[in-house]
Ligand binder design. Structure first.
Ligand code: PEP
Ligand code: MG
Length: 587
């Protein structure tokens, strides 16, 4: 039995069979041969992977030309050429045909030979091509292994998936029926992979460092998404302890369900609006079932991450309309696409940036890709005729950006007017406050925005200079850092002064110990993953605003993040001990 500690990012406990996902990059592909009668299908499999890779590269090249210019984008033409070069491709075919190599083994072997040759070459121009060859091999291998969404196809029973790292789109693309839980070597506490795992109700632990190296396919493991543990090959006693925990946690979850129809009201009668964060339209249903009263954050970039083509205006519209239908009259806040950083479309992933979180992400990307942005804006406006929609722009750092985005929205309105298409001309237009520059200038933004939603995931990352996806600095990622709390206080004050609504939709909004702080600082709307709504409701129904205000006052007077976290934990435990019921009985 081996116990690994990681970062708990999605709650729940699962005991099941392990499936270790291959990691194409840097992996040694094992030598495998196929039976003679399978040689033809194996060659066909290789050809399909080669064609798919060439098609990918065509798209990558087109994007690269736009973003980096013809000259720099030429590298992808080299990649395409290499995949048609007989010197590289024929030996692969030969190994399959003559020596009955599996396609993966043949690709790995031939690319290994060429890499060695290039690496030893006298001419440095050849040596610099080694990385390109490795990239090409990886691309072919990914296609040979079935690409996104199909990597679990061969599993005979639902399994615990272990991987070195997962992108949000890979996670979103998994066949839900085949997967019980996730654990990864890499990853940080509020990475989007973690957020998707929560959306899919998959227990998940990230940042386990060596889980893929230590685990063996087909063995049993426990993923404890509540405590951040992965236990490989557990002994019988441990399995029994965990079975017991699962039973307790199931009955606790059931008891929370009873709260679904009750309002989130404090003991002194102040009603708090609890909304859901969603990545897929279907989740709107879960938000309502678990007691939410609308959607406070729809991460629409997932339309790009899960689909095989760029969504059309009608694709956007259909998704928004579906949400509105499910919400039947309750509010829907649609955030415009927040691509980039750790959320890439397939094509953009190929054009790495040195500092992607400081790079061309989110609203910056939209403002540089206006046709795409306007397509989405038109769709949102069209949807606004079918229910209460709000529009929210992410990652606003300057007033100019907000004005530009608004200007484009006005353009889209004019387009629709000309076409005689109905929309809500008074659709509220707000912004995420998730970078320090916007938080510090909140007063100026509050004169122009109709509402604020505080994105603590990014606000913490940018205030503390800690990459939210990096397990190596996860111990420095502190939502309770006093600097973050002071920024939240100032944003709330600016909102109050200018009479605009301020909510929070970062992961802190779903963290029970954070609730008295946010309410004490004046927030009355919180938006969180659906599964977190019941516990939060229980906490809110056990506290008064007066208590929250005094807790917030004390917390903000403390100097360190650990002191503040400890103080908040103690307070919430004392005031609403039942909110921690599900966490009792540490194994
Ligand atoms: C945030 O940054 O807090 C947020 C809600 O947005 P995302 O997690 O999608 O970056
Ligand atoms: Mg964000």
């Amino acid at each position: 039995m081996k116990i690994l500690k990681g970062i708990p990012v999605s709650p729940g406990i699962v005991i099941g069979r392990v499936h270790v996902l291959d990691d194409a990059r840097g992996r040694r592909v094992p030598m495998r041969r196929v039976l003679e009668e399978n040689v033809d299908p194996e060659v066909a499999r290789f050809e399909a992977a080669r064609e798919a890779s060439i098609a990918d590269l065509g798209k990558v090249h087109a994007v690269a030309v736009q973003e980096m210019g013809e000259e720099t984008a030429r590298i992808f033409l080299f990649h395409i050429g290499a995949l048609s070069d007989p010197a590289l491709i024929d030996p692969i075919r030969e190994l399959i045909r003559e020596k009955h190599y599996a396609a993966e083994s043949a690709v790995a072997e031939v690319f290994r030979r060429w890499t060695r040759r290039f690496a030893a070459h006298d001419d440095p121009a050849f040596r610099t091509k080694v990385n390109d060859l490795q990239d090409l091999a990886d691309r072919l291998l990914v296609h040979l292994q079935g690409g996104q969404g199909q990597t679990l196809g061969h599993l005979s029973e639902p399994s615990i998936v272990l991987a070195r790292d997962l992108t949000p789109s890979q996670t979103a693309g998994f066949d839900r029926a085949k997967i019980l839980a996730l654990a990864t070597d890499l990853g940080g506490p509020t990475s989007h992979t973690a957020i998707v795992a929560r959306a899919l109700n998959l227990p998940a632990v990230v940042g386990c460092h060596a889980v893929t190296a230590l685990a063996e396919d087909g063995t049993t493991a426990i993923v404890d998404g509540d405590r951040g543990r992965v236990i490989l090959s557990p002994d019988e006693e441990t399995v029994e302890q965990y079975r017991d925990l699962i039973r307790k946690s199931e009955s606790y979850t059931l008891s929370l369900r009873e709260l679904a129809d009750l309002p989130a009201v404090t003991t002194d009668g102040v009603e708090i609006e609890l909304l859901g964060n969603i990545e897929f339209p279907e989740e709107a249903q879960a938000v309502l079932e678990l007691g939410g009263t609308g959607v406070g954050l729809y991460r629409t970039e997932f339309l790009y991450l899960t689909g095989s083509h760029e969504p059309t205006e009608d694709d956007h519209f259909a998704a928004y309309r579906k949400c509105l239908e499910m919400l039947s009259g309750r509010p829907l806040t649609i955030r415009t696409v927040d691509l980039g950083a750790d959320k890439y479309t397939q094509a953009r992933a190929e054009i790495p940036e040195r500092n992607p979180f400081l790079g061309l992400r989110s609203i910056r990307y939209c403002l540089q890709n206006m046709p795409m942005f306007k397509t989405q804006l038109r769709a949102i406006l069209r949807a606004s005729a079918f229910g209460p929609v709000k529009i929210m722009f992410p990652l606003i750092t300057t007033l100019h950006e907000f004005r530009q985005a608004r200007h484009l929205l006005n353009d889209a309105m004019e387009d629709l007017e000309e076409l005689g298409v109905e929309f809500d001309a008074h659709v509220p237009v707000g912004m995420m406050v998730e970078v320090p520059s916007a938080a510090i200038m909140a007063d100026a933004f509050a004169r122009e925005a109709d509402f604020f939603s505080i994105g603590t995931n990014d606000l913490v990352q940018y205030t503390l200079a800690v990459d939210r996806t990096n397990e190596r600095v996860a111990n420095l990622y502190h939502p309770t850092h006093p600097a973050v709390i002071k920024l939240i206080r100032d944003i709330a004050r600016a909102g109050k002064r200018r009479e605009i609504a301020v909510s929070c939709c970062g992961e802190s909004a779903g963290e029970p110990i954070y609730a008295p702080l946010l309410l004490g600082l004046g927030l009355r709307t919180l938006s969180l993953t659906a599964s977190g709504i019941p516990v939060l409701k229980r906490v809110i129904r056990g506290m008064s605003i007066k208590q929250c205000e005094s807790i917030a006052k004390k917390a903000i007077s403390l100097d360190s993040e650990t002191e503040i976290a400890g103080y908040l934990r103690d307070k919430v435990r004392k005031i609403v001990p039942e909110a921690f019921e599900g966490w009792a009985n540490e194994p």
